[in-house]
Structures are given as structure tokens and as C-alpha cells.
Design a protein around this ligand. Structure first.
Ligand code: ASP
Length: 337
């Protein structure tokens, strides 16, 4: 029997058409474009249905609400399909992939996010390969986790980052091996794929928690950020230099972090470097962060750290529990050993 895949179309370049105001997603167009693709009619292609989200969005407009809506479509249709392909704009695809990896708890089927840099409606579109290969991966049932397929690489969703605004090879996962490489055949990297853990599948939607990301730069005037860090934000991702370092600046940031921590904010330290890990305490400039109550994001991407903060703050946990879980590996998003 043929495998069945549900395509969930959220918007993004892959289904866009040229309009007077530039490229924009147009309802109904993607279904026609996919039906016309020879590859999709092949004997080897899985059967598919299309679920078009409404409204279709440029992925810059995707919010927590859409993450929950996409997850709900997967959840409601879970038993009827062998796998899911989520067509999404590239700009925030790594954020959505990270978010879905937390919302879809106990997932045991592939959910593959993909899109394209050139619309299907245009010559040389990379969307054709991205779509058909994602369909085959979703039907294979080998990578039973939230993944991101783009230009020959299958990546863990919560390890993926958008690396290029214009190259067709637009994504990579600098801190984690590819789950598969698609050349002449699709070669899975079995040892890198999440092993099923026998948990029952459930959906854990996110609440709209106030989360912030602060990128440290030379000369940063920490005082300017004090009121948002201490009063307004529940979770903060600090993008620090190298292995977790910040400018000493007369210790200006530390009392702010301490105050934020005392008022219940969870500050997670990630690195601005795409590869490598945060090691709090390796340098004098980072050990103060640790003593002030910040937690290490180790080698987590900022995208994954943001999604994880949403997830944990949506779960009715105490601040200490959230701090604890931020440093644990929950969905393969972090290397802790
Ligand atoms: N702005 C588009 C989006 O993210 C870019 C793309 O799809 O590649 O929706």
C-alpha cells in the first residue's frame, strides 16, 4: 500500500507569485503547482493531501499562534498519515522547526519542514527537489522527529540555522551531524537520528510568554536594557561572545542579571559563534554570569533556546525547574555530555 503524506502549506517563497507589491503567497496556487509536477505523479511518490493554512504568511509574520496551529494540524491528522511535510518560508523556518520539536511531545513520525529560495512558479526553482525529497523522507518513516530538509541535507529541526539569504544551500546544523544526505540516493545517518522513547504522542501548546534576545556587542551600554530585563521579560537569551563571554564594563551587567534572576527571569547564555559550545566559568568574563544565576545554553542555537523558553514557561513549572530543564537535553537540541 502506498504511504500517505500530509502537506501543510503555511506560506513562504515556495508558493509565492509575483504581485504588484513583490512576491506574495497566493491561496490555491500551490495545490495547482504541485499537481502539475511530474515527480509528484510518479509511481514512487507517496499519496498526498494538502492542508492550506489561512492566512498564508510570509514567514516573517509567523508567531506563537501559528506554531500552535501547525502543531494542531499534525496532531489532529496524526493517525491518518505516515508523515508530514510543512512548507514554510525560509526566514523563520529554523524557529518553527525548533518550536514544533517541543510542542509535539512523543512524536514518532517524520515532520519535515522545507521551502525554497526560488518560487515554484519560477524557472530554476529549488522548491521541486526540496518538496519531492521531503515527501520521500516523510514517507520513509526513518527520521521520526521534527526535521528540516533543504538542498540535499536533512537536518534536525532544532539544530538548524539559516546560513544564507541567497544561496540555494541555505541551511546547515553546525553543531550536529546531518540526519541524512540526499545525493543519488537518500543516505540516512542512523546513529544521529532520535531513537523512539515510547512516550505517548501529545501536543503541548505554547503560551505567548514575553521572551527576549540580547546580542552582546563591544561597548554595549547595559544600563539601557535594565528595565526590560528586570521587569518585562520572563526568558532572555543572551548571545555572548565565544564560549560565553561578556564585556566586564565595571560589572554593569551582573547586578542586572541578578535582579532579573531574582524577579523570576531565566537568562540563558548562548554563543554568537555558529559552532562550538558555551562553557560558563572558562574565562573570568563568564564566571560572573554563572554566579549571578544565568544558565548555560551550551551548544544550543538561539532559535532552539527561544523555543525552549516558550515551551518551559508554558508548562507551569517553577523558575528553578525551568532553569534545570534549560540545561538538559529534551529533544536532541543540546549536547550536554
Ligand atoms: N520571506 C520569505 C519567507 O520567509 C523567504 C522565503 O520563503 O525564502 O517567507
Amino acid at each position: 500500500m502506498k504511504k500517505r503524506v500530509l502537506i501543510i502549506y503555511t506560506g513562504g517563497t515556495i508558493g509565492m507569485k509575483k504581485t504588484d507589491k513583490g512576491y506574495a503567497p497566493v491561496s490555491g496556487f500551490l495545490g495547482e503547482a504541485i499537481s502539475a509536477m511530474e515527480d509528484m505523479k510518479s509511481e514512487r511518490a507517496p499519496e498526498w493531501d494538502l492542508h492550506e493554512m489561512s492566512p498564508l504568511l510570509d514567514s516573517s509574520d509567523i508567531t506563537v499562534k501559528e506554531w500552535n496551529k501547525i502543531a494542531e494540524v499534525v496532531y489532529r491528522n496524526y493517525d491518518n498519515y505516515d508523515g508530514f511535510v510543512v512548507l514554510h518560508g525560509t526566514d523563520t523556518m529554523a524557529y518553527t522547526a525548533s518550536a514544533l520539536s517541543f510542542i509535539l511531545h512523543g512524536l514518532n513520525k517524520p515532520v519535515v519542514l522545507t521551502g525554497s529560495q526560488i518560487p515554484l512558479s519560477e524557472i530554476r526553482s529549488d522548491g521541486r527537489d526540496n518538496l519531492i525529497t521531503s515527501m520521500l523522507i516523510a514517507a520513509d518513516g526513518v527520521a521520526n522527529e521534527v526535521c528540516l530538509y533543504f538542498s540535499g541535507k536533512l537536518l534536525r529541526g532544532n539544530r538548524a540555522v539559516k546560513m544564507s539569504a541567497d544561496h540555494l544551500v541555505a541551511f546547515d546544523s553546525p553543531n550536529y551531524p546531518h540526519l541524512a544526505d540526499a545525493g543519488i540516493s537518500i543516505k540516512y545517518n542512523y546513529s544521529a537520528i532520535v531513537k523512539p522513547v515510547g512516550k505517548s504522542f501529545e501536543m503541548r501548546p505554547f503560551s505567548d510568554v514575553p521572551i527576549g534576545v540580547l546580542k552582546i556587542f563591544p561597548g554595549i551600554q547595559f544600563g539601557l536594557f535594565e528595565s526590560i530585563m528586570t521587569k518585562k521579560l520572563s526568558g532572555i537569551v543572551l548571545e555572548t561572545f565565544g564560549a560565553g563571554n561578556i564585556p566586564s564594563d565595571g560589572g554593569a551587567l551582573i547586578p542586572i542579571i541578578q535582579k532579573a534572576f531574582e524577579s523570576g527571569s531565566v537568562i540563558t547564555v548562548c554563543s554568537q559563534c555558529p559552532s562550538g559550545t558555551v562553557t560558563l566559568g572558562a574565562y573570568e568574563t563568564s564566571s560572573a554570569l554563572k554566579s549571578a544565576g544565568a544558565v548555560s545554553g551550551f551548544d544550543m542555537t538561539t532559535e532552539a533556546a527561544v523555543a525552549k523558553l516558550y515551551y518551559l514557561f508554558s508548562m507551569n513549572l517553577t523558575t528553578d525547574e525551568i532553569k534545570h530543564y534549560m540545561e538538559q537535553d529534551l529533544r536532541g537540541e543540546i549536547t550536554t555530555a
